[in-house]
Structures are given as structure tokens and as C-alpha cells.
Ligand binder design. Sequence first.
Ligand code: PEP
Ligand code: MG
Length: 531
Amino acid sequence: MKKIKGTPVSSGIYMEKIKVLERDNEIEAKKGLGAEAEGERAARAFSLAKEQVEKLKAEISGDEALIFDAHLEMLDDPTITEGVQGYIDQDYTAEYAVFQAKNDIKEIFNQMEDEYFKARSNDVEDIMMRVLNNLKGKSAEEEKNNFILVTDELYPSETLEMDFRKIKGIATLRGSKTSHTTILANNFKIPALISIDSVDLSEIEGKLAIIDAINGVLIVEPDEETKKIYEEKIKNYEEANEELKKYIDKKAVTKSGKELKVYANIGSEIEAKTALENGAEGVGLFRSEFLFLGRNNAPDEDEQYRAYKAAVIMMAGKPVIVRTMDIGADKQVNYLNLKEEDNPQMGLRAIRISLKDKPLFKTQLRALLRASYYGDLRVMLPMIISVEEIKKTREIINECLDELKKEQRHFKMFKLGIMIETPAAAIIADELGKHADFFSIGTNDLVSYTLAIDRTNNDLSSYRDDYHTAVMRLLKMIADGAHQNDIEVGICGAMGADPKMLDYYLDIGIDEVSVSLGKILETKRNVIEHE
Ligand code: PEP
Ligand code: MG
């Protein structure tokens, strides 16, 4: 039995086998068993891949099945098979041959101007990784099991490809409390630890473990006694969660009658369903940039429209606040061709990119205006520091409105709010409030910028003080700025769910908190039980 300490960032307890996330960044260029034997291994892996894809195709229907047809064609495509054979003929292992051929073909696709071929590069990655897994003997069955994911660090784009239903715990060597992986773990109610003690990852692969993200420990190969104790703890934890369900349909009103609406933070339209099931009274932050990550081109207007519309329809009349694309800092995409920056946290990010790349911004705004027709959609702008940015955005929205009118499309103007997550915005909140329809405080960034602490640098965690007087004063200034202008003010950063802050929020007149999916019911209970 080995106890590895870590910092809990998403609570919960679970017992499951560990899976170490491997990144196939490199495969050693090794000579194999000879061209004939390696060729046979590759052929078996390809034919198994075909069987697997056929099976997946049979399980689903409609447009989604088409993607599997494309995968099947690729598995027979001579560019791919001959590419692999070329390396095998040079006596390399089948693994190296598949890996190299994949890189060669992706390189060719990426160089093509045509967006269609660029997008195909992801499909090549997908099928070749399947073949590679087959070569490594990872069975489909194994891929289906639940696991505790352990890795050095998890990047936002990687998490997009994961099936979160199978991940029963996350433990990372690095990471930070406000990183987007932490946010996702919270959203999916996955117990998570960051900054775990150093450990040889290959030694713990496949071992049974308990992740205790309440006490901050990962116990690898627990002995019988520990297992028994934890089985009881897990049962109690699950029962407590069950107990919280009674708050699902209740309004979040304190005993003295003050209301603090509890909304949910989501990263995709699918999560709107979970938000509703967990009693959310609205969506206070739809992080639209998650639609843009982990791909080779930006989603077009129709794709975005479908995603926003789905969330709005799912929330059935409840407000859905979509934040415009917040790319930059720890959420990078390569297709925008942004320059590398020395200080990305304070660089070209969020609204700054949107205002610089007008066609990109217009695509998003048009999609939002169209989706707004179907319910109470509201839009907010990230990283605002000036009135000018809101005015420019309104001008661009007006252009979009004119276009949509001419095109005779269904659309509706939305309420346009802003995120207050820079000290500059907090200090001029009274001014900004004249031009915005609502405020939402992004405490993750606000604390970071106020205290000059890089939110991704965990070595600075001892400096991060959410309760710093400077932060408290800024929160009050923001709330006052909103009230002077008769607009609502919410909190969508992680501090929104902090029970220790509840008194203060009610005092300064915060109208709404938007919290991760895993914290909705707990927050509702805290409000309802508050005097
Ligand atoms: C914030 O900064 O508090 C926030 C909600 O935005 P994000 O965490 O996505 O930067
Ligand atoms: Mg932010």
C-alpha cells in the first residue's frame, strides 16, 4: 500500500484501477521482427480496427454513422496502407511504421489550404491511434472500463476527447485549483487531486487505488483493512449526495427571504441537461471556447448556432448566459495563428482576439443572435477593461442584426453583459454599468490579476488569498456599480460556491452565483439553510 498526497480540487471518493495517460508524442524508431512478421502484425491490427469501427457504426444511426464510413474508407486507403508498408519494408516495428505514417499523412493534410482536408487530419489521428492501440494489445474491453486517470498534467484540448463517464478520479502531478481541468472535473463531479507527490507513473499503471479527494490522498494498492474502511466511506458519501437531491426543485431563498439564484457553469450544450437535472435555475456561464478547442478550424456559424440553440431549448425558458470565446492563456488553438507570447495570461486573449478578428467574432455573434430567438439567451464578454470594448462590440452586433434582417432569418437581440475579471473593470464598474445589461464576476481571473498571481502556477498557491481585503473591496465596488445602474450582478468564478463567502454576497447584494455542476445542490442547500 502506498499513500500519495495531493491537493483536492474536486471532492469525492472512489475506488478503481489506475490508468496512466500516455502521450504518444514519440515512438522509438526500432527495428522489429523483420518485414514479414511486422507486416502481419500491422495487417491484423488494421483488420481488427475495421471490425471495431463496423461495430461502432452499427450502434449509432444518422449523420454520425457517416464519420465511421469515412474511417472505414481510410483503413483501406492505399496512401495509408502503403505509407505504413514503406516503413515496415525498412524493417521498422509495426508501431513505429503506423506512428510515422500517421505523422506523414497529417503533415500533408495540414499543409492543404482546403478546410475539408485539414479537418480530415483529425480522422487520420483517430483511426491510426486505434490501430496503434490494437498493436499494443489494448482490447476494446479494456477501453470500456472505468478508471482513475493519473498523469503529469491534463490539457483542456485533451479532455475533449475523453469519455468523462468512465473517469472516476483524476490525479495530476501538476495543475492548479482554477485550471480548466479542475473546472471540468468539478462539472462532471469527478474527484480530483492536483500536485500529487512525485511518483513513478509506470509503476502504478493498472493498480487498484482509492482516490480520496476530501482528505487529499491517492492510496495505491490499499490493504484489506483500508479497503473496508473506504467501502464504508464511499457508501456514506453517496448517501449524503442522495440527501442533497431534495433541493433540486427548491428555490434558493434564505430563511429571512433573500434570494440568491443558483445557476450552473457549463462547457458544452450537453451539460445543460446535467445542469437541469441538478436543479440549476439557469446557466450563468457557458464557456463557448470549448467549442473551439481540440480541432483544426473554428466551428462555423451553423455549428455554433446548433450548440447554443440546443442549450437554450434544453433550459426551457431559463436564462442561458453564453460567454463569447475566451481563447488565450491556458486555452490555445493553433488555427488562429496567434503569436507565442512571453506572458499569455496578460496577452492577446478573449475579447481582444474577438475585436481583432472581426469575421471570427461576427460568426459567433450571428450564431448567438439566431439561437437567442429560441429562449432567454444572454451574452457576456470576457476580459473587459474599457467602455470602448463594449461600444465596439455593440457596433459589430448592429452590423450582424442588419445582415440577419436582410437575410430574413429568425433572430432576437440578447441582453449584453460583461465579465468583471480585471481590476480595471472592477474599479470603473459604475461607468461600465451604463453600457452593459448585467455583470458577472470572474473571480478566478479577478483574484489572479489583483494579487498578480499566475493562476496556472501552483507554486504560487500560498500567495493566492481569495479573502484578501483588496478582493473584498473590489467585489463591493462591482456590486455597487451594478446597483447604481439597476443591473444584476452574478459571480461565475469558483468563489461563487464558497460557503464562507455567502454572508458577504448577501450583504453586498449579489443576485446570482453560477457554480460547477457538482456544486449546484450543495450551494442551494447553503442558501436555503442560511438565516
Ligand atoms: C473566471 O475567471 O472566474 C471565469 C469564470 O472565467 P475562466 O475561469 O473561464 O477564465
Ligand atoms: Mg476568466
